[in-house]
Ligand binder design. Structure first.
Ligand code: THU
Length: 136
C-alpha cells in the first residue's frame, strides 16, 4: 500500500464521519473498508436511544460489504477525533473475515496514529477455523 492509498482511505473514513449519528455520545467514528476486489465500503456509528443497540462504524462497513457479496478484505481505516482504536466487538467481527486485514487508525486531522492488523489487535483469536461445521 502506498502512502497515497493509505491517506485516501483515511480521508474516505474521515468524510464518512460527518454522517455519524451520535446524539448521545457525540463521538464520531468513520470507517472505510477496502476489499481485495478494490471496492471501498464506508461506515459510521449509528447510536440508539436504547443504548446497547448502537452499532459501531467498523461493523457497519463490514456488514455493508458482506451484504454486497464481499468477504475478502485488504485494509480498514478507522477515524475518530482522538485516534481511538476499534472495540473488541469490531475486532471479533473483522477476525471472522481474516486476521491479515490491515487496520489504519487515524485521528480527526487525518493523521495516521497506528498501522496494525486484525490478528495483532486480537491475539489468540477465536476464528471460523475453530468450528468444524463451517459450511461456506
Ligand atoms: N464506536 C465505534 O463506532 N467503533 C468502535 O470501535 C468504538 C466505539 C462508537 C460506538 C458509540 O457510538 C461511540 O463510539 C462511543 O462508544
Amino acid at each position: 500500500m502506498t502512502n497515497e492509498e493509505r491517506q485516501s482511505l483515511i480521508d474516505f473514513a474521515n468524510e464518512a464521519r460527518e454522517r455519524a449519528y451520535v446524539p448521545y455520545s457525540n463521538y464520531r467514528v468513520g470507517a472505510a473498508l477496502c476489499t481485495k476486489s478494490g471496492r471501498i465500503y464506508t461506515g459510521v456509528n449509528v447510536e440508539s436511544a436504547a443504548y446497547p443497540t448502537t452499532m459501531c462504524a467498523e461493523r457497519v462497513a463490514v456488514y455493508k460489504a458482506v451484504s454486497e457479496g464481499e468477504r475478502e478484505f485488504e485494509v480498514i481505516a478507522v477515524v475518530t477525533d482522538n485516534g481511538g482504536s476499534p472495540c473488541g466487538g469490531c475486532r471479533q467481527v473483522l477476525a471472522e473475515f481474516g486476521l491479515d486485514t490491515v487496520v489504519l487508525i487515524a485521528d480527526g486531522a487525518g493523521q495516521l496514529i497506528s498501522e496494525t492488523t486484525v490478528g495483532k489487535l486480537l491475539p489468540l483469536a477465536f476464528t471460523p477455523a475453530h468450528l468444524p461445521m463451517k459450511t461456506e
